[in-house]
Design a binder for this molecule. Structure first.
Ligand SMILES: Cc1cc2nc3c(=O)[nH]c(=O)nc-3n(C[C@H](O)[C@H](O)[C@H](O)COP(=O)(O)OP(=O)(O)OC[C@H]3O[C@@H](n4cnc5c(N)ncnc54)[C@H](O)[C@@H]3O)c2cc1C
Length: 373
């Protein structure tokens, strides 16, 4: 039995791959499916372009480059993981600038490597940019944006009967090997794969021996509720730096429209108080989409950590991370988009199961909801 600890995208994708191969497995989630970083994310399946904004295609940009095609395959029901029922917010993402972009960046966008990924488009073809006061450049990136609640729901259906709600309190060891987990509800034995996001750190800290070290990279996301809806925007405003100035996604709940704001704003907000983040968010929004004149009714801040393997400088790791030690697999995808790559790395590490498997009779983990609303 393969025991997957954590029902975020990494645990769910892996479990679906195992199910497709008839490998017995269960997912143990302490709260609700997706309720950690997964439903807090902006749902953007990056192909690495946003990591190349300094004008060069880095290692990270080229490795993540295969992910949009991989997800599109799953979304069309053509891969081992069938995500045909997942809805998209958009089939693509937009990149725009409100001022003239540096010549270096323009040359980069025109380069052969980038032409295959993105296209400069006429603003009139996009409702949100079809305005005489939009004076910048607009690009379309062929990278989808997922409707995350439908993603979590699709996995809950695929894995029906194999997902349980209980907290793993300890990893069980025998002869210096991890042989199962102890939970609030009971024990279960098998090969353990830790896809617990931030929760991995506490479980690893109890173990004797050497295990990977985790880092947290916090974000202070701003959530703006609008008085009146604007045409939906999913994409990144470019500045002069190597990171998007603002990343915008648009959502509707109970008849109201919300803009969920990330990018440099959310990175800078980590060291600022909520009041400062809110006023910076309003200013950033009115600059990024000035021609739409977004009218903000209220703003709040949603703080969350990204859980990743530790890097020397505390920077973003380049790729999905998997480590096997004493029969325990520890995994952090570092991006939602990299969940398929994470599963690809884990699958060859897993041995077969000779014993017949009985799943525990524990309660089913519910589907999570957007934690920032
Ligand atoms: C604000 C924000 C925006 C982002 N936007 C994007 C984006 O647009 N595109 C992109 O590619 N990536 C994005 N990311 C990154 C992406 O969200 C994460 O890399 C990804 O969701 C991590 O998935 P995971 O399954 O490893 O972790 P999580 O989603 O955090 O799941 C871990 C799960 O483990 C459970 N758990 C923890 N401890 C235990 C325990 N002891 N017992 C049982 N269960 C346990 C938790 O409850 C949780 O549900 C974003 C991240 C953030 C924070």
């Amino acid at each position: 039995m393969k025991i997957i600890v954590g029902g975020g995208i990494s645990g769910l994708w892996l479990a679906a791959e195992l199910k497709a191969r008839n490998i017995p497995c269960c997912v143990i989630e302490k709260n609700a499916l997706g309720q950690g970083q997964t439903l807090a994310s902006q749902g953007m399946i990056h192909g690495g372009t946003k990591y190349a904004l300094d004008g060069s295609l880095t290692k990270a940009a080229s490795e993540i480059g295969a992910m949009p095609a991989r997800w599109k395959q799953a979304l069309q029901g053509e891969g081992t993981v069938d995500l045909r029922h997942v809805q998209l917010e958009r089939e693509d993402q937009l990149l725009w600038s409100v001022e003239s972009i540096a010549a270096k960046l323009l040359g980069f966008f025109a380069s052969k490597a980038m032409r295959s990924r993105m296209k400069r488009i006429n603003p009139q073809s996009e409702a949100a940019f079809n305005h005489p006061n939009f004076k910048g450049h607009l690009y379309r990136l062929s990278e989808p944006v997922l409707k995350l609640d439908t993603l979590v729901h699709a996995f809950a259906e695929i894995l029906d009967g194999q997902i349980f709600q209980t907290e793993v309190t300890q990893l069980l060891m025998q002869n210096n090997k991890v042989v199962g987990v102890e939970t609030n509800t009971g024990k279960i034995h098998g090969d353990v794969i830790l896809t617990a996001g931030e929760g991995a750190e506490a479980l690893l800290s109890e173990l004797p021996g050497e295990y990977p070290v985790m880092q947290r990279r916090p974000l202070a996301m701003a959530v703006c509720k609008l008085v009146q809806p604007i045409p939906k925007v999913f994409g990144h405003q470019l500045g002069h730096g190597s990171k998007p100035k603002l990343t915008v996604s648009t959502h509707e709940f109970d008849g109201a429209q919300y803009l969920y704001l990330g990018g440099q704003l959310a990175e800078d907000g980590v060291t600022q108080d909520d009041g400062t983040v809110c006023s910076n968010a309003k200013r950033a929004l009115s600059e990024a989409l000035c021609w739409l004149e977004p009218n903000v009714e209220s703003t709040h801040v949603f703080r969350i950590n990204r859980a990743e393997p530790s890097t020397r400088e505390g920077n973003r790791p380049d790729t999905a991370f998997v480590c096997q030690s004493n029969n325990l697999i520890v995994a952090w995808p570092t991006k939602l988009a990299l969940a398929p790559a994470l599963a690809d790395q884990i699958l060859p590490l897993l041995g077969g199961d000779s014993k017949p498997t009985t799943l525990p009779q524990w309660s089913k983990a519910p589907e999570g909801h957007y934690p920032w609303v």
